[in-house]
Design a protein around this ligand. Structure first.
Ligand code: FAD
Length: 531
């Protein structure tokens, strides 16, 4: 599908887009008299294979972030793609005077209400029972899955064929639609790119209720728009995901550095070389003594005697985390290779930790922590996470300030830090990343202790996040937020920078009434007049 070039002209609150006047109501709040009680009855009259729930809707007003709660009018549990299309089309046909909006909810692991819909309709994507998952082996293997499918289920199904997706997130209990609406980044991204770089085809229900199949070749503007598109252009109902032969085992390695510059140089060299490791990440350890004892349960030090003499002395340490996949009968060769590769790195020699696990154990590693945290009542707490993409040229400045001045006491959760190659990201998609060839993902994955007013409380963590963001801005680091969330449209414009016009044009093309993704408030529900 091709679109004419657009000329955008913003005058006060009016955005003129080639003959279409779109009045964004971001600054002017117009209350339209709408009798909300009439809304459920029109939805009740819709013929769907699944069902609507108008009473038990509270679970759809929660997410992993545990900080935002927007109660919907109804939750649709679709059994077919046509249920979703019928519902969206119905709301589209109600026109701009209805305030009803629609949010797709995957596994609800958003942080700031992104998959919620205040007085709108939430579509529970996990109920979607499309055709079963279909693995297609062959020279370029792939799997066709529902947009509401969990990645953990895709792993188990594709492994039956000796195959697996190439690019992952650290945690697999997330849906395909949820991660593809963002990017899906983990330690494989340096080589394979994020998950949005590993999709061949999508089926999407647009904001007009149309069901569209799209790919690089077919309706490519919609395809690229939806990938990283924050759920703004359509609801992903099906995805075709690239697969590769799965390894049977994984050598999982952790080594420590006390100097950030040395750590960063090793990380950057590793991601720039040919694919010598299959996974490259890293994390920061702040003020933790007795570190090595904590690790012994799952990771064995290569030299236990030396390791026992290592003490972190409360220093901030940087941990490089690597994995090498082992396919059948390769163990000896891989062990030799790992030894050679590690000898070229500059970590503290007594801190080499090695573990051999199955591929599933490796990929599903965060779930183990989830189970432990749940049993201690520490999973469903507020999560004021902050995720940033930072250009390589500025990462040392960032580390100096953040790990040297802002976060010195404790981190209230893991801090991931690892570089990726921009060449593996497709600049036609909607994801916003820094300009440089290499940039870092830095993820502050904090948990707040409910009702604490101390350093582990929500207020304190939010203040720290604010300090980090303020530093990034005043030092002009060129940082972009991942899983972004802003309140004002002006902030969104700044976030998107030069790609804002493309984003708005796509919104007008696929969701001109701004029905979709209401929890992700980029556009208020719009009034459109054709001039
Ligand atoms: P939801 O929270 O349900 O939805 C997220 C957004 O996508 C919403 O805007 C929603 O409307 C939209 N959406 C959902 N389904 C669809 C659909 N079918 N079509 C269109 N839009 C849709 N991210 C990474 O990149 N890498 C990681 O390693 C990583 N680890 C994580 C670990 C944990 C413990 C958690 C909680 C999150 C992690 N994330 C990670 C973030 C995660 O990728 C996003 O929060 C993702 O959106 C969650 O998926 P979900 O299925 O829960 O989506």
């Amino acid at each position: 599908m091709r679109y004419p070039p657009v000329s955008l002209l913003r005058q006060n609150n009016i955005l003129l887009v080639r003959g279409i006047t779109l009045l964004f109501l971001s600054c002017v709040t117009i209350r339209i008299n709408l009798c909300f009680s009439s809304v459920p009855s029109t939805l009740k009259a819709l013929s769907v294979d699944g069902h609507f729930n108008f009473d038990e809707v509270h679970h759809a007003a929660r997410d992993f972030g545990n900080r935002y709660q927007f109660l919907p009018e109804a939750v649709l549990h679709p059994k077919s793609v046509s249920d979703i299309a019928t519902t969206v089309k119905h709301i589209w046909q109600m026109g701009p005077h209805s305030e009803l909006t629609v949010a797709a909810r995957g596994h609800g692991h958003s942080l700031q209400g992104q998959s919620q819909a205040h007085r709108g309709v939430v579509i529970n994507m996990e109920s979607l029972q499309g055709p079963d998952m279909q693995v297609h082996p062959g020279n370029s293997p792939y799997v066709d899955v529902s947009g509401g499918e969990l990645w953990i289920n895709i792993l188990h199904e594709s492994l039956k064929y000796g195959l697996a997706p190439k690019s992952w997130t650290d945690y697999l209990h997330l849906t395909v639609g949820g991660t593809l609406s963002n990017a899906g980044v983990s330690g494989q991204a340096f080589w394979h790119g994020p998950q949005i770089s590993n999709v061949h085809q999508l089926e999407v229900v647009t904001g007009k209720g149309e069901v569209v199949t799209c790919s690089e070749k077919q309706n490519s503007d919609l395809f690229h728009g939806v990938l990283g598109g924050l759920g703004q252009f359509g609801i992903i109902t099906r995805a075709r995901i690239a697969l590769e032969p799965a390894p049977c085992k994984v050598k999982w390695i952790r080594v420590l550095y006390s100097d950030f510059a040395t750590f960063a140089i090793d990380q950057e060299n590793l991601i720039s070389a040919e694919k010598i490791f299959d996974y490259i990440e890293g994390f920061v350890i702040i003020n933790r003594t007795g570190l090595l004892n904590n690790w012994r349960s799952s990771f064995n030090p290569q030299d236990p005697v030396q390791a026992s003499q290592f003490s972190s002395d409360g220093r901030t340490l940087f941990c490089l985390e690597l994995a090498k996949y082992i396919h059948q009968d390769e163990t000896d060769r891989v062990n030799q290779e790992i030894e050679n590769l590690l000898s070229q790195l500059s970590f503290i020699t007594s801190t080499l930790f090695l573990s051999e696990v199955t591929y599933v154990e490796f990929l599903d590693r965060v779930h183990v922590s989830e189970v432990k945290l749940r049993s201690r009542g520490l999973w469903e707490v507020p999560h004021p996470w902050l995720n940033l993409f930072i250009p390589k040229s500025k990462i040392q400045d960032f580390a100096n300030e953040v790990f040297g001045n802002i976060l010195t006491e404790t981190s209230n959760g893991p801090i991931l830090i690892y570089p990726v190659n921009k060449s593996k990201w497709d600049n036609r998609t909607s994801i916003v990343i820094p300009e440089e060839d290499i940039f870092y993902l830095v993820a502050f994955l904090t948990s707040a202790v409910p009702s604490s007013t101390g350093t582990d409380g929500l207020e304190h963590i939010l203040t720290q996040n604010k300090r980090i963001l303020e530093f990034c801005e005043t030092a002009h680091l060129g940082v972009k937020q991942y899983l972004p969330h802003y309140n004002a449209q002006e902030e969104w414009r700044t976030h998107f920078g030069p790609s804002w016009e493309v984003f708005v044009r796509r919104k007008l093309a696929y969701d001109p009434l701004a029905l979709l993704a209401p929890g992700q408030r980029i556009f208020q529900k719009a009034l459109i007049t054709f001039s």
